[in-house]
Design a protein around this ligand. Structure first.
Ligand SMILES: [Fe+2]
Length: 403
């Protein structure tokens, strides 16, 4: 294998970007390109990524090294930059020669291998900075990559993005999911309906407060799960009712404000736990966690904020009064005009939003009438993957660390 036919450790194609220099420094290889880009690569990582040379399988493009096999016998015996700018390493102890695509190495130098690459970074918003929901053409989203990418990227950036003009037939959600990824099934079904006229408040036949005519305060769905669903999609099929506007507030911005303006409440909401559970015939879902779950560094913010399914404080008795005070402050902030956007749901509207970031709700209905929303959940992984694929295809790099 030589020159520009070098295989990469994945199935992507990379521009050929010749390496200008390579030097061994102890356990590391320092690579540089003519425009000043640099990459410091550790030897075992290069050995693991030797395609077709015992590191990465050519057929699956997956790694072959069990970490137990990475021992001190493995070392660089010889290294050179080839005539086309590729990296060539001869490995001890087996004498295998590996060739590395310089464009693939360059994408690591540019940070395009990171989980944050090819998708926009989240940008917190308030009602002042984003007075309208970002809106895209629902009639084109299935066929037009630019529309699909614009809608997905706004969902990832702002946590919420609307399609207007979608078909109102029952199957559109499935078709849209087909472009994104697997639907997250729950005890409400993979595809579920919110019909405000089928069960009025107090009707024992419904399994969710959403199916009543009550106001729904700002909340996130299914905090009863260890990992609540990532994105929620609500499409309006019919709406003849008055009022009942959909409300959205950016939990990321509310959390930032709480941290800055009410640090004692922020501390309480990020540490004190509550038990959430879905009660129903044949189901018993429970999870205990704080309302603001920051997770490990870099993981998504998860807000557990749905009072209809919040069961019990899971904390010391002396902490309970301040837990209630903090929760009340948080909900008032989320429901204030500073953060909340209220929009009507028109037939053909579909709103996609980050269920673990955006606090959604519904104003009370002012007059009766048929209102039918059809919903589904799709996890973060699927939405990010779909966005990376379409952004790569369109050449939209968004937020690589060096850009
Ligand atoms: Fe909800």
């Amino acid at each position: 294998m030589s020159g520009k036919s070098v295989a990469t450790p994945d199935f992507y194609t990379y521009e050929w970007d010749p390496i200008a220099g390579a030097e061994v420094d102890g356990r590391f290889v320092d690579l540089r390109w003519s425009d000043g880009a640099e990459l410091r690569a550790v030897d075992f990582w290069l050995r693991e990524n030797a395609v077709g040379a015992g590191g990465v399988d050519l057929a699956t493009r997956e790694g072959l090294f069990d970490p137990a096999e990475l021992c001190d016998d493995i070392a660089i015996a010889a290294l050179e930059v080839g005539p086309d700018g590729e990296l060539r390493i001869t490995w001890a102890p087996d004498g295998v020669e590996a060739v590395y695509h310089p464009g693939w190495l360059r994408h690591v130098a540019d940070g395009q291998h990171l989980a944050t690459s090819w998708i926009p970074r989240p940008v917190p918003w308030t009602a002042a900075t984003m007075p309208e929901l970002p809106t895209h053409d629902g009639s084109k989203v299935l066929d037009d990559d630019a529309v699909f990418a614009g809608w997905l990227n706004d969902m990832l950036r702002h946590g919420v993005s609307r399609l207007r003009g979608c078909p109102t037939d029952a199957d559109f959600n499935s078709a849209l999911a087909g472009r994104i990824g697997a639907v997250r099934d729950t005890n409400f079904g993979a595809h579920w309906d919110v019909k405000a006229d089928v069960a009025m408040a107090g009707d024992a036949s419904t399994n969710s407060t959403a199916n009543t005519n009550r106001r729904l305060g700002p909340h996130t769905d299914l905090p009863t799960r260890e990992t609540p669903p990532g994105f929620q999609f609500l499409r309006c099929i019919a709406n003849e009712a008055g009022g009942g506007f959909s409300t959205m507030a950016d939990g990321a911005a509310v959390v930032d404000a709480l941290c800055a303006e009410h640090p004692e409440h922020y501390e309480a909401l990020t540490t004190l736990r509550w038990v959430f559970f879905n009660r129903g015939p044949g189901i018993d879902h429970r999870w205990s966690g704080p309302l603001i779950d920051l997770g490990v560094d870099g993981s998504p913010l998860t807000l557990r904020a749905f009072y209809p399914v919040r069961g019990f404080p899971d904390m010391a008795a002396e902490d309970m009064p301040r837990a209630y005070a903090a929760m009340s402050c948080f909900s008032r902030l989320a429901d204030s005009d500073r953060f909340k956007l209220a929009s009507p749901f028109l037939p053909g509207d579909l709103v996609g939003f980050d269920n673990r970031r955006i606090l959604h709700g519904r104003d009370a209905f002012e007059s009766g009438g048929h209102r039918h929303l059809r919903g589904m959940y799709i996890d973060h992984d699927e939405v990010r993957s779909a966005a990376r694929v379409v952004n790569r295809r369109l050449g939209q790099t968004h937020s690589t660390p060096n850009s």
